[in-house]
Design a protein around this ligand. Structure first.
Ligand SMILES: Nc1ncnc2c1ncn2[C@@H]1O[C@H](COP(=O)(O)OP(=O)(O)O)[C@@H](O)[C@H]1O
Ligand SMILES: O=C(CO)[C@H](O)[C@H](O)COP(=O)(O)O
Length: 561
C-alpha cells in the first residue's frame, strides 16, 4: 500500500495581506495558495472607530484582520490544493516586524477592550510606524553614554521601529493605556498564541527587535534612567519564555482548528519574521549569501560564522536565521513603497492612460520606457529616504530627494532614478558589511520586486554582484512551511528542510562592467548627498519635519495622541 502524502502550511503576514501556502512534504511542491487582504489595511489617517486625524508618521493595524487570514486564506489554500485537511501535519507563520500588539494578560488586544477603541495607542503599531524617533534618539544617546554592551550588536543605533522605542512612546503619550497593557507582544508571537494558546517569544524577533542579547535585555537601571515609569517594562510587559526557530510552540487549539479547518493538535511552530524566514526557502543559509527580500521595503539578511560590528546594521543575533550561525540584518524602510507613492501621486494622467491602453500597470509602463535609457541619461540622482533610513543612518526623520531635475525631466526618468536610489542604498549597506569584514559574495532576491527585470539588472550593475532569485514566488510562505515541517518532526533541522524543500535560480542577472563604471560615478554623487543630508546637515530634513508637525498641530485637525 502506498504511503499517504503529508502536507504543511506556511502563512506569510505582510503589510497589506496574509498569504497561505500548502506544501507537499514528499517533493516540496506548492499545491495550493490563497491571499486575504486585511480589511483595515494600514491605519494611518483615522481610527476605525473614527475621531480626528492621526499625527504624521503613524501606521497602525487591527489584529482581528490577522485572524481573518486564518479563517479565510488557510481553508481557501487547502481547498485549492484539493487535499484532505487531515493530511496536514503542521502550520507555521511569519510576520512583518517589529509590529507590536498591546494586549491584556490573556492576549486580548487592547483595541478590543471596551472604551479603548478610541485610543490610538491601543492599536497595533505596524513596523512602519515611524513616530517614535525622539524616543529612539534618547535610547541611543543614553546607551552610548552608559557604554551599554548591547549597542554595538545593533550597529550603534536602535531604530525607532523597534520594541523599546515604540513602547516608550506609548508610555509617554498615553500612560493610562500603558497601565492597562499587560503584555507588549510581537505580532509574530501573537498569531502563534492565537493558534496554539501558548505565548512563546520567538528568538528572531526578540533578538533583532527586542534587544535580547546573550540571554539579557537592557537593565532596569537603564530603563529607569530613560523614564522612571519605564523601569519595569521588560519585567512586567515583555519578558516571556523564548522559543527557537523551527521548534514546536504547541498544538493547534480546537478554536483555531475550527477557524482553519485543520486537525486539532497538529504542530504549530514558534513564530518568525518575514525576512529571516525567507533565507532557508532560498537555500541561502551559507556564509556570504545575502538575501534581499524586496517588496514594500527591503530587508537584507545573511548568516556568517563571525561576530562583527557593522555600523548602522539592524542587528546581529546568534541563531537569528538558523541555529549555529550569526544572523545579520539590515534594511531599507521604503523600496516598492517609494515606486508605489510615485505612481500614485507623481504621475500625470497621460501616463495612466498610456498604461491602460497597453493593458499593463503604470509600474510596467514606466519600467518599459526607462529600460530604453542609457545609464545616467536622465541626469538625476535621488535619495531613497521617503520612509526614512533604516540602514546605515537609522534615522526616520530623513526624507526623499531628487537632484538634477530640469524642464526636460519626464516621469520615467524619475521612476528610474528612484529605482537606482534604492540600489545605491543597498550598495551602501553591502559596503558597510564588506568593510566590517563580513563579506557579501552573492545577492539572493526574494519578494515581489524580483519580477521587474530592469530593477534586477540595475541592482546587479550597481552592486557588481551576481543576482540569484528564490525559486518560489512566495519565499516567506515557503520558508514558514519548512519551519512547520521541522516543528512537525519531518526534518531534523532547518538546514535539512531547506535542502529538501527550498530552491533558488543561481546568477540570473550578472553585472555589466560598462554600466557598472557609470554607476560608480552616480554612486559617488549619491554618497555625497547621503553624507551631506544624512550626516553633516541632518538638521535640514529634520527641520522640515518639525515645521510640518507644528503646522499640522496648529491646524487643530490632528489627534492629541
Ligand atoms: N512592476 C513593478 N516594479 C516595481 N515595483 C512594483 C511593481 N509592481 C508593484 N510594485 C511595488 O511593489 C510593492 C509590493 O511588493 P510585494 O513584494 O508584492 O509586497 P510586500 O512587500 O508587501 O510583500 C509595492 O510597494 C508596489 O509599489
Ligand atoms: O523589518 C522587517 C523585518 O525585519 C519588516 O517585516 C519588513 O520591512 C516589512 O516587510 P514587507 O516589506 O515585506 O512588508
Amino acid at each position: 500500500m502506498s504511503e499517504r502524502e503529508r502536507y504543511v502550511i506556511g502563512v506569510d503576514y505582510g503589510t497589506l495581506s496574509g498569504r497561505a501556502l500548502v506544501v507537499r512534504l514528499s517533493d516540496g511542491a506548492e499545491v495550493g495558495t490563497a491571499v486575504t487582504e486585511y480589511a483595515h489595511a494600514v491605519v494611518s489617517e483615522r481610527l476605525p472607530s473614527g475621531g480626528p486625524m492621526l499625527p504624521p508618521d503613524w501606521a497602525l493595524q487591527v489584529p482581528s484582520d490577522y485572524v481573518d487570514v486564518l479563517r479565510t486564506a488557510v481553508p481557501a489554500a487547502v481547498a485549492q490544493a484539493g487535499i484532505d485537511p487531515s493530511d496536514v501535519i503542521g502550520i507555521a507563520t511569519d510576520f512583518t516586524a517589529c509590529t507590536m500588539v498591546p494586549t491584556l494578560a490573556d492576549g486580548t488586544p487592547l483595541n478590543e477592550v471596551p472604551g479603548l477603541e478610541y485610543r490610538p495607542h491601543a492599536y497595533v503599531k505596524l513596523w512602519k510606524h515611524h513616530a517614535a524617533q525622539g524616543q529612539a534618539d534618547r535610547i541611543n544617546d543614553l546607551a552610548r553614554a552608559r557604554g551599554e554592551e548591547w549597542l554595538p550588536r545593533y550597529g550603534g543605533l536602535i531604530s525607532s521601529e523597534w520594541e523599546f522605542a515604540k513602547g516608550l512612546q506609548l508610555l509617554e503619550e498615553d500612560p493610562d493605556t500603558y497601565e492597562r497593557m499587560e503584555r507588549w507582544v510581537e505580532a509574530s508571537d501573537w498569531i502563534v498564541w492565537q493558534l496554539c494558546g501558548t505565548y512563546v517569544r520567538n528568538a528572531c524577533a526578540a533578538g533583532y527587535k527586542g534587544i535580547l542579547q546573550d540571554g539579557h535585555y537592557p537593565s532596569e537601571e537603564f530603563l529607569a534612567a530613560l523614564a522612571p515609569g519605564f523601569a519595569r517594562f521588560v519585567a512586567d510587559k515583555l519578558d516571556q519564555p523564548i522559543g527557537q526557530l523551527g521548534q514546536r510552540a504547541g498544538g493547534l487549539t480546537a478554536e483555531a482548528a475550527a477557524w482553519t479547518g485543520l486537525p486539532e493538535g497538529i504542530a504549530v511552530a514558534v513564530g518568525n519574521v518575514d525576512a529571516h524566514v525567507a533565507a532557508p526557502a532560498a537555500q541561502a543559509v551559507d556564509h556570504g549569501q545575502m538575501v534581499a527580500i524586496m517588496g514594500t521595503s527591503t530587508c537584507h539578511v545573511m548568516s556568517a560564522g563571525v561576530l562583527r560590528e557593522v555600523p548602522g546594521m539592524c542587528g546581529v543575533v546568534d541563531g537569528g536565521i538558523v541555529e549555529g550561525s550569526w544572523g545579520y540584518e539590515a534594511g531599507q524602510s521604503g523600496v516598492g513603497d517609494i515606486f508605489g507613492w510615485f505612481v500614485e501621486h507623481g504621475v500625470p494622467p497621460y501616463v495612466h492612460e498610456a498604461a491602460a491602453a497597453a493593458s499593463i500597470s503604470v509600474h510596467q509602463h514606466l519600467t518599459a520606457l526607462a529600460s530604453q535609457q542609457a545609464v545616467g541619461e536622465h541626469g538625476l540622482v535621488a535619495l531613497d529616504w521617503h520612509s526614512g533610513n533604516r540602514s546605515v543612518l537609522v534615522d526616520h526623520e530623513l526624507s526623499g530627494l531628487v537632484v538634477g531635475q530640469t524642464l526636460a525631466t519626464r516621469p520615467e526618468d524619475v521612476y528610474r532614478a528612484l529605482i537606482e536610489a534604492t540600489a545605491f542604498g543597498a550598495r551602501t549597506i553591502i559596503e558597510a558589511f564588506t568593510s566590517s569584514d563580513v563579506p557579501v559574495d552573492e545577492l539572493v532576491v526574494a519578494g515581489g520586486l524580483s519580477k521587474n527585470p530592469l530593477l534586477m539588472q540595475i541592482y546587479a550593475d550597481v552592486t557588481r554582484l551576481p543576482l540569484s532569485i528564490v525559486g518560489s514566488e512566495q519565499g516567506p510562505a515557503l520558508g514558514s512551511a519548512l519551519h512547520a515541517a521541522v516543528a512537525a518532526g519531518a526534518y531534523a533541522d532547518i538546514r535539512a528542510a531547506a535542502k529538501a524543500l527550498g530552491s533558488v535560480r543561481r546568477a540570473v542577472y550578472l553585472p555589466d562592467e560598462a554600466r557598472a563604471l557609470v554607476y560608480d560615478e552616480l554612486f559617488a554623487v549619491f554618497t555625497a548627498l547621503h553624507d551631506h543630508f544624512g550626516r553633516r546637515e541632518r538638521q535640514i530634513m529634520h527641520g522640515l519635519r518639525a515645521i510640518r508637525r507644528s503646522a499640522l498641530a496648529s491646524s487643530g485637525e490632528v489627534v492629541d495622541a
